[in-house]
Write a protein that binds this ligand. Structure first.
Ligand code: HEM
Ligand SMILES: CC(C)=CCC/C(C)=C/CC/C(C)=C/COP(=O)(O)OP(=O)(O)O
Length: 307
């Protein structure tokens, strides 16, 4: 089966078509930043779950996922369109479809605008005006403010973190909004989580970012100590906020002990990075962030008692 999809098909027309189709699908997924989107959709669903008394009713969750996925794909596509020259200058991003010239800017722009409008209308029609407005705000913050600001000010990260923390609220307002405190706790968790998540990468790629013209607070932090402190402070804050639902009694079960352990693990990674700011420790902090978030959200969903 695998051989069907290889390039050495010896001139078979079908083989060429299959290889082309597979590469096109890979580019479409990359244009939509599929892995990032998957996590964004998880956070949206969790927001919906805590904000809705009947989350499984009427297929609303599916409509929410489809609409949000379309808007998130539009956000990723427009971001890559606006950053194609920057993406071309970094090894991490130079093979992205627009930067590498496999998608014409005009074609990518049409696809992204279509996805954005379709997603916002779809959300408005099937889920409600509230989620559609919050999704529009997320798109606006990401594309119109965050993306251009990356080349102008290191504060871009905070704007990006607001837009990255809004998807749980898209989900939350799609429900009957029964638990505002939990909606904001989710926003807080997402906001705080993104800072060590990104700053670990920003330090790791600081030279590439600098050469590409992207500003971060740690451009000239060769020692890594400032970045280490910033990651430690925000991971401790994240730890504290993650315990609020347990303290409020909204989430029970294994959530409390689990959040203590997971938070301790994440703070431990930040502390190790501060003690010895190496590439290995920065990478572990980033990878730890990717493990921490879904694990915490899974515990939260399982232990959620509602109000
Ligand atoms: C200020 C906000 C954020 C910034 C600047 C940021 C930046 C980045 C960067 C640069 C990478 C690539 C790392 C690499 O290539 O080694 C990455 C990976 C990732 N991010 Fe974020 N991120 C942010 C927010 C988020 C949010 C809100 C989510 C989802 C809830 C998320 C989920 C992920 C995931 C799953 C990956 C790994 C998959 C991949 O490499 O595509 N990030 N992030
Ligand atoms: C519904 C909707 C619009 C969802 C999208 C949610 C959202 C804005 C998530 C992204 C968060 C973020 C700032 C990622 C970094 O992008 P980057 O451009 O800095 O990453 P890069 O360096 O890999 O390009």
């Amino acid at each position: 089966m695998k051989r069907l999809f290889t390039k050495d098909m010896g001139g078979s027309r079908l083989g060429e078509l299959l290889v082309g189709a597979r590469e096109w699908c890979r580019d479409v997924a990359e244009l939509a930043k599929a892995r990032l989107m998957a996590m964004v959709l998880v956070t949206t669903l969790v927001g919906f779950y805590v904000g809705s008394s009947r989350p499984s009713e009427g297929g609303k969750a599916w409509h929410l996922l489809v609409g949000t996925a379309l808007v998130a794909a539009a956000a990723a596509g427009l971001n890559q369109l606006l950053e194609r020259d920057v993406d071309r200058r970094m090894s991490r991003t130079c093979d992205r479809p627009i930067a590498a010239g496999r998608f014409a800017p005009r074609q990518a722009c049409l696809i992204a605008v279509f996805e954005g409008l379709a997603g916002l209308f779809y959300l408005a029609k099937t889920v409600g005006m509230g989620p559609s407005w919050v999704a529009a705000l997320t798109l606006f913050l990401y594309v119109v403010l965050y993306t251009p600001l990356k080349r102008k000010s290191p504060w871009h990260t905070l704007i990006g973190a607001v837009s990255g923390a809004l998807p749980p609220l898209i989900g939350y307002v799609a429900g009957d909004q029964r638990d505002w405190a939990m909606g904001w706790v989710l926003f807080g968790i997402l906001f705080l989580w993104q800072l060590p998540h990104f700053w670990a990468i920003a330090w790791l790629y600081r030279q590439e970012y600098g050469e590409a013209g992207i500003r971060t607070f740690f451009d000239s932090d060769r020692s890594g100590v400032s970045c280490g402190w910033a990651c430690l402070v925000f991971s401790v804050l994240l730890w504290a906020v993650s315990l609020v639902p347990w303290w409020m009694g909204t989430v029970g079960g294994l959530y409390g002990p689990g959040a203590v352990v997971l938070g301790g693990f994440f703070v431990g990674l930040a502390f190790r990075f501060l003690q010895e700011p190496s590439r290995t420790h920065a990478r572990s902090l980033f990878l730890g962030s990717i493990v921490y978030l879904p694990a915490l959200l899974a515990l939260l969903v399982v232990g959620y008692r509602g109000v």
